[in-house]
Write a new protein. Sequence first.
Length: 115
Amino acid sequence: VQLQASGGGLVQAGGSLRLSCVASGSIASMYVMGWYRQASGSERGLVASMTSDSNTVYSDSVKGRFAISRDNAKNAVYLQMNSLKGEDTGVYYCMMLPRGSRPIWGQGTQVTVSS
C-alpha cells in the first residue's frame, strides 16, 4: 500500500485547510491511521490519530481545532484543520499502521500559515 497526501498550501491565520491521504489499497484493515507534523528544525510529532474502531487522539495544541476522519470506501483519511495558527506550519505526513506490520508513510504535504 502506498499513501498519497494532498491539500496543503499557504493560508492566513484563522483560516482552514483539509488534508487528504489516499491509499492505493484498502484501509479497512489498518489498525491506526494518523497525521504527523514536522516543523523546520523539529522532530516529527503526532497531530491526530484514529484507530480501527474510531477512537481518536489529538495533540493538545490542536484539540478543538482539528478533526481526523476516514472514508473506507474511498480508502482515505482526512484532517480538517480550522482556526489555523502560525505554529501549525510544517510538513504534514499521513501514516497508516497495518496490524502486525510496520507503519506506512505518505510523502508529506506542506502547510504554511501566515500571520
